[in-house]
Every structure is written in C-alpha cells, then in structure tokens.
Design a protein around this ligand. Structure first.
Ligand code: GTP
Length: 692
C-alpha cells in the first residue's frame, strides 16, 4: 500500500520474478507489468484494480506461501485499498525515498490502523536524486506516529546506491546490476566506512526490541553483544505483530536492489494467518458473538471482498478464508441472503490468470466461481455454524456524470455494462432520473468516471455521450417546523382522504442515517394500520430534497396527530399525504444545500507558492497548513469539490509543471448563500417540487 507512484507495482513485479512466478521482469512504464493487467492500467501506468497473486518464497530452509494484493495509490480507487486491508494480515507500506510520507501514504496508513494490520515500511527509489532513508523514517515517526525502526542501512545513495546493510545479521547485501538473475547480490562484510554507523543503528535496534521483551532486556543489560540475530528476530516479530514497532527497510525496486531482503522480512516479521487472533462475528440466528479460529478443523467461514467479471470464467468472487475448508464442487451458505451457494470451481489467482485448485483452507485468498448471489462484504459459512463477519464501509461517491449511449440501440447494452461495473465496485453508483430518463453515474473522482466510461466502450462496446462532471450535493434540515397536511380527492365514487400533523427537523444525533420516525399519535386518530404508510411516504420523499431535489441523508419526523375518513382513507392516501407534507414543511425547516469539501495538498517550489495560495483562495479554499519538505513547500487546504474540476491543468500552468497536487474527500458542509442560490436556480429546470 502506498501513495501513487511510490513503486508498489514495480516492487510486486520483482517479487514475482524472485519467487519464480514470472521468468522476466515486466515494467510498469513499458506497459508490461503482470499485476497491472487491465488495458487502462497498462496505457496509463497506474494500478486501478487490485490484483491478487500467490507466490512462494524460501526462507531458512522452509518454503512459505505469500498471498499478495497490489493496491492502487490513486485516491479515486480507495475502495480497493479498503477491501484489501480488510482481509490482509500484514502490509508493506511503500514510500518514495524522495517524496517520503505523501497524502495517500497517510490515508492508507489510517485505513491499516482501522483494520489493525501490522506493517513493515519499505523506502523505495533509493537511486533517485535526493533519496533520504533516515529522513523518510523520521517522517513516518512524526507524521504517522509510528515507531519506525530501521533494520537496514543503505550503502551509498542516489546513483551510488549499491545495496543495504542487514542490521540483524550484521552483514552487507551488495547488488550487481543484472535484472535477469534472481540472486543478483553478494553477501559481504559491512564496508569499512559504514561500520561505525551500522554499529550505532544496530545498538538502537537491539535496545528497541529488548524493550518489548523482559528476558531480552535482562540480557541487553548484561551483555548486549551476546544477543543473537535469532533472538532479535523473535522479539522484533512480536513487536511488529502487536504494532509497537514498524521495521523499516530500503531499496530500489526499479534497479533491482533490496527486494529479496524485503521478502525475507515479510516472512520473518509479518503475521502468518496462525498468528492472527480468532475472527469475531455474530451468529445471525441468535445475535450472539461467535468466533472462528484460523484452523481447518473449525467450521468454514470466509469473507467475499471483491466481485469481478472475467471474460473467460465469468463472475469471480474473491474470498479470504478465516477458518475451515471448502472443496470445489461443494456447497456453502451465504449468511446475508440466507441461501445455499454451490461453488463449482476455485482458483488461485495470478493477476488475471487462474490456476484451478481443489480446495481452500484457513488463511487462503482465492477466487470462487458459481455464485448465484454474492456481494462485496458477504460472509460465506457452514449452514450449521452460521456467522456474519463485520462488513466493510465505503465512502459515498461525490461526483456525478450524465451519460447516454451514442446510438439508441445500445441502451440495453449500457444497462448490462453499468450493472456489472456497479456490482464490482461499491463506490460506483448508477441512477436514472425518472422524469428526464437521464442516466447519472457517480464515483469518487474524475479519473474514476473516466475509467468507467472507457471500460463501457472497450468491454461492453457502448460509445457514450457525456455531460460535464457534476457535484453530488445533498440537502439537510437545520431547523424544526410543525405542519398539518390534508390530502383530499373526490373523483366520483370512493374518494381519498388523509390528514396528519407532524414536526420535521434534523435527526437527533449524527449517528442516525435515513429517517428517524417517532409516532406519538393518541387515541387512534391516525389508525395504526396507516402509520407505516406515513413513514414510507417520508422515507421516499427525503431522497428528493425540497430545495433542489438533492437527497437528505438524515432527518427526524414526529407524527403528532391527524384524522381519517372511515371510507375514503387508505394506506396510499396517507403515503401521498406524507410525501406532500414533506414538500410543504421541509422548505420551512431551514433547509440548506451541503457540498463535498476536499482535502487538497499541493507540493510546490517556493517561488510558486504565492500564486498557488491565491488561486486556492479564489476557489473558496481555506488554507489549513503550510510545511517544508526537503526543498519543496507543502500547502494544505480545504476546498469545495465544485471548484476543483480541471485543477490539475491549471496547477500545471501556474507552476510550469513543477507542482503536484492530490485531493481526497473530507466532509460535507453547507454552501454559502450566494452559491446556494445558483445551485437552486440551475436545478429548478430539472427539478419539480410539486404535489401529487
Ligand atoms: N528511479 C526509480 N524509479 C522507480 C523505482 N520504482 C518504481 N519506479 C518508477 O516509478 C513509476 C511508478 O511505479 P509503480 O510501480 O507504477 O508505482 P505504483 O506505486 O504501483 O503506482 P500506482 O499503482 O499507480 O499507485 C514507474 O515509472 C516506475 O518505473 C525505483 O526504485 N527507482
């Protein structure tokens, strides 16, 4: 996991080569990386979808299996990072030796914290001008609050970077430049000029690991030199797994240096599935907490973390198995749908290629085929031992795009394509406007939607006409209002009648999502059988806010009183009455339009700083901080998404291409009055706020 371009894919490609998975190293910038198998990834040199691969590595006379997921760095594809961290036992946080801790490094670090994933740090690109291993370790300490502990030292830097000193074994890995050889290094004595520095760093390492182990501490005080590498490894493994330490390594993946030691460290320090505590879930039948141990003798339980469509084998469900065993051709149980599912085949994944296997067991990551109904986040288990594991939370899409097929005959194909893509990606949604018939797709950012449109063209053969990207606003009520709504219709024969008195306003706490509905009607003035219809009326109505038709996330309605007609009243009348009541009352409850605010970070040379800040201010930006990083300046700001379209191009012009920026969603905030007026005027053409 890492910020964009830190070198995750390049490092993964080396791992595949050194572990014998591939016979030749594929390079990202040549479009040849095995892990970046999608056309869009190869063209752009970025990772979009996380690829899973299984590799085997020999370490100290044993062979170990490593399941690797290479995640994207771009924030638009954050869903991939989220679901990967949900199912992985350990992570390699990769940093650029020059860029250090970048905005996305912080984001993925927080995601790993959320899922308690132990990590090791890998400082890549040591061959670049300005590479600074110690500097990056210090940043990890300060900015990420982690106990970053170097377990190697670089030999030389920039174009003189030739290898690393292994502080645990007190020896040097000196690399010779040959990317076609797997053992492209010699193990040597530590170079004379680095001996003192290495001794000091090793003493620090031993002191740190001893701090987490009493027996070792005693030995440390008696005779630190008597502590063996094996003892260091045992203690360091423990400290890494309980997350009190993050071992830091360095290398240059592109120049084929340092990756073998990284593989050794993955085995030595990151947890195996057996080191991980039993996973906790709930039994859907009793609501009670239940546990599964990482053992094949426990009942089967797995989490489906990703759904993908493969052109050859069809729908693949990626699963992480926590306990038990599942055979290809057998049945499993989906605890969300309550249905049995037959798994026809199981595959071990190698990027987009599959290797059929007969079964999966505790600790495995694999792809299964044959599901009728499985969604991201579903738990698969033994029907007689049911469990629901905690699912994943995904951010809401903040940016929308109206699309239509270029030719009307492609309408059906578009529907199929959008359906499949939405199934793969929980941060991508599709909505059809009932009045205009317009289809609006929503995602995490401009790049995300651009890739979706491209995939519709290539994978589903649909050419698209698209509008300009638009912001997904929301509406919120900030005051309360009491209202009486009467719905009456007389059209010969039986009429319609409903009458309600209610108070509408913001939800009572931030935790509430959707409609908080309270019924305090006395004496059956609104008969019990119509109350659900009233509730349904409000719940449906709130998806079209009263100001400009944007959805309201949460609100509270208290139904206080009302009346009915013995013949004319029915459920539908009360539902329509509630919907109309919402229209009339919500506008009086101080509604506001809420807009997504982005956290923006710009890294720039000093001389462009003034212009960049001036420009951000013009975009209604609030500067939240300024820092120095190496010889560059970092400007942090909170800016409305509406003002950030096309920012990359403008920034390039202001800084002659020297500044870079990144942004991610921060929160929703009420828009200022003048902007609100504009949004409402624009929406008024499309949005009808009328009674039914
Ligand atoms: N100089 C140098 N360049 C490197 C090194 N590792 C990777 N690169 C280059 O940096 C660029 C980005 O590398 P990737 O491996 O695609 O980075 P990534 O982190 O996978 O990128 P995303 O998945 O798009 O976030 C490519 O052009 C690589 O060739 C390195 O050790 N040294």
């Amino acid at each position: 996991m890492a910020h964009i371009d830190a070198g995750k894919t390049t490092t993964s490609e080396r791992i595949l080569f050194y572990t014998g998975k591939t016979h030749k190293i594929g390079e990202v910038h040549e479009g040849g990386a095995t892990m970046d198998w999608m056309v869009q990834e190869q063209e752009r040199g970025i990772t979009i979808t996380s690829a899973a691969t299984t590799a085997f590595w020999n370490y100290k006379d044993n062979t170990y299996q490593i399941n690797i997921i290479d995640t994207p760095g771009h924030v638009d594809f954050t869903v991939e990072v989220e679901r990967s961290l949900r199912v992985l036992d350990g992570a390699v946080a990769t940093f650029c030796a020059v860029g250090g801790v970048e905005p996305q490094s912080e984001t993925v670090w927080r995601q790993a914290d959320k899922y308690n994933v132990p990590r090791i740090g890998y400082v890549n690109k040591m061959d670049r001008t300005g590479a600074d291993f110690a500097g990056v370790c210090a940043q990890v300490h300060e900015r990420l609050g982690a106990n970053a502990l170097p377990i190697v030292l670089p030999i030389g830097a920039e174009d003189k970077f030739t290898g690393v000193i292994d502080l645990v074994y007190n020896r040097a890995y000196v690399y010779f430049d040959d990317k076609t050889v797997r053992d492209n290094y010699h193990i040597e004595e530590i170079p004379e000029n680095l001996k003192a520095e290495a001794a000091e760093a090793r003493a620090k390492l031993i002191e740190e690991v001893a701090a987490s182990d009493d027996a070792l501490m005693e030995k440390f005080f008696e005779d630190p030199d008597a502590i063996t590498p094996e003892e260091i490894i045992v203690a360091l493994r423990k400290a890494t797994i309980n997350m009190s330490v993050v071992p830091m390594l360095c290398g240059s993946s592109f120049k084929n240096k340092g990756v073998q030691l990284l593989l050794d460290s993955i085995i030595a320090y990151l947890p195996s599935p057996l080191d991980v505590e039993a996973i906790v879930g709930t039994d859907p039948r009793t609501g009670e907490e239940t546990k599964r141990h990482p053992s094949e003798s426990d009942p089967f339980c797995a989490l489906a973390f990703k759904i993908a469509t493969d052109p050859f084998v069809g729908r693949l469900g990626f699963i992480r198995v926590y306990s038990g065993k599942l055979d290809a051709g057998s049945y499993t149980f989906n605890s969300r749908s309550g249905k049995k599912e037959r798994i026809s085949r199981i595959y071990q994944m190698h990027a987009n290629k599959q290797n059929p296997i007969e079964f999966v067991g505790a600790g495995d990551i694999a792809a299964a085929v044959g599901f009728k109904d499985v969604r991201t986040g579903d738990t698969l288990c033994d029907e007689n031992h049911q469990i629901v594991l905690e699912s994943m939370t995904f951010p809401e899409p903040v940016i929308g795009l109206a699309i239509e097929p270029k030719t009307q005959k492609d309408l059906d194909k578009l529907g199929v394509g959008l359906g499949k893509l939405a199934e793969e990606d929980p941060t991508f949604t599709v909505k059809t406007d009932e009045d205009s018939g317009q289809t609006v797709i929503s995602g995490m950012g401009e790049l995300h939607l651009e890739i979706i449109v491209d995939r519709l063209k290539r994978e589903f053969g649909v050419e698209i006409n698209q509008g300009a990207p638009q912001v997904n606003y929301k509406e919120a009520l900030t005051g309360t209002y009491e209202h009486r709504e009467v719905f009456k219709k007389q059209t010969g024969g039986r009429g319609k009648f409903a009458d309600i008195i209610f108070e509408i306003g913001p939800a009572s706490s931030k935790e509430v999502t959707g409609l908080e509905f309270v019924d305090v009607v006395k004496g059956g003035n609104v008969p019990k059988e119509f109350i659900p219809a009233v509730q349904k009326g409000f719940a449906t109505a709130m998806s079209n806010g009263a100001l400009a038709g944007y959805p309201i996330d949460a609100m509270k309605v208290t139904l206080k009183d009302g009346s009915f007609h013995p013949v004319d009243s029915d459920a539908l009348s009360f539902e329509i009455c509630a919907r109309n009541g919402f229209r009339h009352a919500a506008v009086k409850a101080n509604p506001v339009i809420m807009e997504p605010i982005m956290s923006v970070e710009v890294v720039t040379p000093e001389e462009n700083m003034g212009d960049i800040i001036g420009d951000l201010n013009k975009r209604r930006g609030q500067i939240s901080g300024m820092e120095t990083k190496g010889n560059a300046r970092v400007v942090k700001a909170k800016v409305p998404l509406a003002e950030m379209f096309g920012y990359v191009t403008v920034l390039r012009t202001i800084s002659s291409g020297r500044a870079t920026s990144s942004m991610e969603f921060s929160h929703f905030e009420a828009v200022p009055g003048n902007v609100s007026k504009e949004i409402i005027e624009k929406a008024s053409g499309k949005f009808k706020n009328e009674d039914e």
